[in-house]
Write a protein that binds this ligand. Structure first.
Ligand code: TRP
Length: 338
């Protein structure tokens, strides 16, 4: 079977170091191997689940698209598109919704977490604040995946359940209407670094502890100086195995540089110096992409053009497949199903 790798990036908020190291960089790198078809898309309809501010919705897509391009994604090597430019995805979502058991959605982590929170807060209605978007979003995600015959879906651990649901939904459709969808597999790369943020917890927008990839130099320095360390004095040996600074440095530096840094920890580098070194290193790595990012952010028409071209190429692929799904379900020329 042809290998098809697909992953989506929800367009909420400004991309940070953790997003880059954990998702963007490995995706770009894998696409350079050219041994499969690659679909990387902005999951902008997923953003609407949590965000009802049109300006944020719009800017986030621009930021995420510019980040991928500034970090070296070659849109000619892959299918790079914005979900909302592909109407076939939402069309398939409805068809899949009609074969998905409600009970399956009841078990989705995101929905269950919202209900648990309501119960804990002693809300009258356990579904308080839960939209149908939040409830059924694994179906939208299944459509994202199944429409392109994805075989491999690189995701974080928190998303594994959604890939399993996509398999369930695909199998059910296949059972009713005949073999149509390929069952996708989640790919969770244990070697990919998961970075911690300013406070030592996993870097995440929801913890407010992120270091955005493309903040101006001054702010980057300020943020790095804020990273939590311990109270060991200069000269005292430090443990690099449990240190956010070292972790971030290692995610960018090469083997030799990492070894040198380990030695410095052992011989008692001061936290101030470790932070300064990390800042200088990161700033150097990010300087060029940052300039490119700012150029892109300043040229919305150019980015729009790239996305539109990507959508055209993507639709050429999925329209014939969607037609076959329509035919299988009876949505085709009258008289065809007798
Ligand atoms: N829900 C995913 C996340 O929050 C993003 C996403 C949307 C996705 N559609 C997808 C990931 C399809 C992989 C495949 O990370």
């Amino acid at each position: 079977m042809h290998k098809t790798v697909l992953t989506g990036i929800t367009t909420t908020g400004t991309p940070h170091l953790g997003n880059y190291v954990g998702a963007i960089r490995p995706a770009i790198k894998s696409s350079e191997a050219r041994d499969a078809s690659y679909y990387f898309f902005l999951a902008d309809f997923h953003a609407l689940i949590k965000c009802h501010d049109p300006k944020t919705i719009n800017i986030s897509s621009m930021e995420v698209a510019s980040t991928w391009l500034a970090m070296g994604l070659d849109p000619d090597l892959v299918y790079f598109y914005r979900q909302s430019d592909i109407p076939e995805i939402t069309e398939l979502t409805w068809i899949l919704t009609c074969v998905t058991a409600k009970g399956l959605m009841n078990r989705a982590h995101a929905y269950k977490a919202a209900v648990d929170e309501n119960v804990e807060q002693k809300a009258k209605d356990p579904d308080k604040g839960v939209t149908m978007g939040l409830f059924s979003y694994p179906i939208l995600m299944a459509a994202d995946i199944l429409l392109f015959g994805s075989t491999h879906v690189p995701v974080g651990k928190d998303q594994i359940q959604h890939i399993e649901m996509a398999r369930d939904i695909a199998a059910r459709f296949n059972h009713f209407f005949g073999e149509s969808f390929c069952l996708p597999e989640a790919v969770v790369d244990e070697d990919t670094a998961v970075l911690r943020g300013l406070d030592g917890r996993k870097m995440s927008k929801s913890y407010g502890n992120i270091i955005p990839l493309f903040v101006p130099e001054k702010n980057l320095r300020k943020l790095i100086m804020k990273i939590k360390t311990n109270s060991l004095e200069p000269g005292e040996p430090k443990d690099y195995t449990d240190c956010t600074l070292f972790e971030i440095y290692s995610a960018f530096a090469n083997k030799n540089e990492i070894e040198t840094m380990k030695e410095k920890y052992k011989s008692g580098i001061s936290w101030g110096e470790a932070k300064q070194t990390l800042f200088e290193y990161l700033n150097e790595v990010l300087k060029k992409p940052r300039e490119e990012y700012l150029r892109l952010m300043d040229s919305p028409d150019h980015v729009e053009h790239i996305l539109k071209k990507g959508a055209e190429k993507t639709r050429e692929k999925c329209i014939p497949f969607m037609d076959s799904i329509r035919t299988k379900t009876g949505y085709c020329k009258l008289g065809t199903h007798r």
